[in-house]
Design a protein around this ligand. Sequence first.
Ligand code: GUN
Ligand code: ZN
Length: 448
Amino acid sequence: MVIAFAQPQQATLVAFRGSLIDFVDDPFYTTEQDSVRYIADGLLVVEQGFVREVGSFDRLHSQYSQIPITDYSGKLLTPGLIDLHIHFPQTEMIAAHGEQLLEWLEQYTFPVERKFQDSAYAEQVAEIFITELLRNGTTTAVVLASVHPESVNAVFEAADRHHLRLIAGKVMMDRNAPDFLTDTADSSYYDSKALIERWHGQGRSLYAITPRFAPTSTPAQLHLASKLLNEYPGTYLHTHLSENVNEIAWVRRLFPESQGYLDVYDRAGLVGDRSIFAHCIHLTDAEFQRLSEAKAAIAFCPTSNLFLGSGLFKLTHAKSTECPIQVGLATDVGGGTSFSLLQTANEAYKVVQLQQQTLSPFQALFLATLGGARALGLEDKIGSFAVGNEADFIVLDARSTPLMAFRNPAISPSSLSELADRLFSLLIMGDDRAVKATYSMGKLVYGG
Ligand code: GUN
Ligand code: ZN
């Protein structure tokens, strides 16, 4: 049964006072002055779940004196965070010790994903998963379910109950995985098709066609994935690419006719402007160039890349002017070690530092908001406080622990450089404790 999308119950017009920060452009390519919008004492006015107006409290409050105003003075209001790659069935196996990718999949991941054949179990974990996203200020996520269609239903239903925007899909894998987790090229096509018909465009749900990664799909399955993409414009292609050196060597053995890992997907017709590739650590220059030309997106997963010992993503290359690629930030739980995109930004900063480069706090927040929205082609709906966008936003407290309160004064930053320092401390020291409230389409869905 499809659960109809319920518009959150709320007053027609509501407003929120606080320090507003969002982006009007990409801080990797423009100055902070031209890309960051900061209103130290701002008002965010929401009408029926959409942004109606943003401005200074001084300018707007007399105009909106009759409507309820929630006061978050002294706190930062940012657009809801966007997680570009996360595995819902891996929620319970976060922090599994000792292995790198291929062994980790065999030893920990596949046995856990088996449990999702049981829809009651999938529903139970889906509720925990969605709650955890909201506790961490994530209001949009691109999610891999398990191979079982029931797991996709469970996660979309849970997201729908919380009015959360979700892009999800059934993992397709017809080889090189245990029998209890494999589908066939045909069954994966028909199961995915039925799920697309049921969920894609329902309420806030969108579908991602999700071959797990090249090693677990036959060429026939990859071709059927591409057929689905063509049959259902607006769906996404979501998979892994070039994460681990042993994985890449395996892909070469499995697809000897291909020029390289990305070419496997390219030959199947899976590289385009709605494709999201997680990791991309060991790409060749030609592969970077191809992703740029195709306008495909990369999900940068720093906590996972460090935890699984996969390597350092070349963010500066992906965001260069010669080879610009859409990049968003992603947790990749359970390879990743936290649901928090603040903690993910913390590790992103260190990944870039290890390459003798730097990541500004604004660039990091951009990756987790407007950058993610652009990677998804959804910047007209989410990722910023642009008028008409869905009012997904979070309230961040830069004094949420004793040490953060000691570090940061109570008054709001009054300049961009003060703001950069405050934001940086939030990214490096902050986690779920810093998320005071999460709003989805103007409705409070976590905290208060
Ligand atoms: N590559 C194929 N499957 C997975 C997975 O579940 N996690 C990660 N990090 N990489 C993968
Ligand atoms: Zn992953």
